[in-house]
Design a protein around this ligand. Structure first.
Ligand code: DCS
Length: 481
């Protein structure tokens, strides 16, 4: 019978090629084990609320009132909601004709985009134009929109760091482009080596590929590094020389766990550099309500800001956004609240600061517990998580383990992570899902499990790892660093 309609063999080949490790083989096996009754610690996805993080009170109060506006007419509303939450809910309802049940402009509500622009101005010290900010359903949607408008076919290359968050590899395959990788240097705390990027671009060109854009993830996922201003300047100079647009994924900008390098946005560094860079470099910066102390992944809120993008291109992006009518409206309110938190003197200010600080300070302690835990394990080395939500230890697998993996028909780090899952219930993502140098193996775990559970999780990991190494180590050598 000849194939028809939605039969697999007729599907878009780009769809078939897509791989997405964060919800890949390990995740599926973990879900299966959970069904069989095993306790699983889901450290594979950066999904803070799923691991017990409580929502911040103020934003939920405001959105609750926006969702149930009849409460605002209740004479007792003040008994349950503070006056600043009530005022803010009224503010958003006045901005959004028809309330949360109505579509917004396809770029997002203009009032919320103005709040985002004001936030960017306060953060960077440079003007930001609300007309060049689009609200999106999570940063993922924004990244996909931008990749979609850039990529014409295989001849277009996007420069992506390895290891990388697989949204980029998956998006590039889905749109039929070519991923051009540059390596982050593990021995230099996952710093970026611009020469590696330069070589990759030259090689891609020799294969006839036009490299169009460069992705940076700052702070890094899965690698956790915070880029220095010097590094960002090098990247910008490089994009200028090579005529690349810069896509700056800055969703972890509030997740910083050291005091040496605070977050500095690509936009600020670009503007600080002045002309010709500040007038020439085409920059798109992404942010999200899923991370930081909000961690509101399920709300699906995000934005991107465009700098130096030609107006005709902005129009095309607007046109494509219009096909989906409107980004999620409740999520837009979360974004407005995230970029415009309660101010000193507001009734909710102190509670908001207390709650948000507690989240970041606990994450900082957890980052230390994890890194120290991994570094005390046999054949495991791990850079400190300077930012973001992940720990990415290197596992030096003994040759016998590599042979056993081969016999089992598994990639070595998948083999290790599956054994870890079966033995301990800890569900991680193998490093191969993010890209890593040949012959070097990692796993990624989030730093999100509850702080009080962390010591037990690390002890359970250590016990498994010791036994694994005992079983496979022959003292002849390891996979190389
Ligand atoms: N960019 C980076 C670097 C991310 O890590 C994520 C999510 C996103 C964008 C998309 O976030 P939203 O679409 O929710 O705004 N990170 C995934 C991860 O690695 N684990 O969990 C989610």
């Amino acid at each position: 019978m000849s194939p028809k309609g939605l039969d697999y063999e007729l599907l878009n080949e780009n769809v078939k090629k897509v791989q997405y490790a964060v919800r890949g083989e390990l995740y599926l096996r973990a879900a299966e084990l959970q069904k069989e009754g095993k306790k699983i610690i889901f450290t594979n996805v950066g999904n803070p609320h799923a691991l017990g993080q409580k929502p911040l009170t103020f934003p939920r109060q405001v959105v609750a009132l926006c969702q149930a506006p009849f409460l605002l007419d209740d004479p007792n509303v003040g008994l349950f909601f503070p006056a600043d939450a009530i005022a803010r809910a009224k503010h958003y309802l006045s901005l959004q004709l028809g309330g949360l049940g109505a579509y917004s402009d396809s770029r997002g509500n203009p009032g919320v985009r103005k709040e985002v622009a004001e936030f960017i101005e306060r953060r960077d010290g440079y003007p930001s134009d609300p007309e060049l900010i689009f609200l999106t359903d999570g940063a993922s949607k924004g990244v996909m929109q931008i990749l979609n408008i850039i990529i014409r076919g295989e001849g277009d290359g996007i420069l992506v760091p390895l290891p990388q968050y697989p949204l980029y590899s998956a998006g590039i395959s889905l749109f039929g482009g070519s991923l051009i990788s540059y390596y982050l240097e593990e021995t230099a705390n996952w710093g970026l080596d611009i020469n590696s990027a330069r070589q990759s671009v030259a090689q891609a060109r020799s294969r006839g590929i036009t490299v169009r854009a460069m992705v940076i993830i700052n702070p890094g996922n899965p690698t956790g590094q915070c880029l220095s201003v010097e590094n960002l300047k090098e990247i910008i100079r490089f994009c200028y020389q090579e005529k690349l647009a810069l896509l700056a994924d800055e969703v972890y900008q509030q997740n910083i766990y050291q005091d040496e390098r605070s977050f500095v946005s690509a936009k600020k560094v670009l503007m600080d550099m002045g002309p010709p860079f500040s007038k020439d470099i085409q920059l798109v910066s992404f942010h999200s309500v899923s991370k930081g102390y909000y961690g509101e992944c399920g709300q699906r809120g995000g934005y991107f800001e465009m700098t130096n993008i030609p107006p005709e291109t902005v129009d095309e992006i607007y046109k494509v956004a219009s096909i989906s009518l409107s980004p999620n409206v409740p999520a837009q309110i979360f974004m407005g609240l995230m970029v415009n938190p309660p101010k000193p003197g507001d009734i909710s200010h102190d509670q908001f600061v207390r709650e948000s600080k507690a989240v970041i300070e606990s994450l900082r302690r957890r980052a230390h517990i994890m890194t120290d835990g991994f570094n005390s394990c046999r054949n495991v080395v791990c850079n400190f998580t300077e930012g973001a939500m992940y720990s990415f230890p290197q596992i030096r697998l003994p040759p016998k383990a590599l042979e056993a993996a081969k016999r089992a028909g598994k990639v070595p780090d998948v083999f290790y992570c599956l054994k870890l899952l079966e033995a301990t219930g800890i569900s991680t993502v193998p490093g191969s899902g993010f890209g890593q140098k040949e012959g070097v193996f990692h796993l990624r775990t989030t730093i999100l499990p509850a702080e009080e559970e962390m010591p037990a999780i690390m002890a359970s990991f250590q016990k498994f790892n010791d036994e694994f190494m005992e079983q496979y180590e022959d003292y002849k050598g390891y996979s190389r660093m």
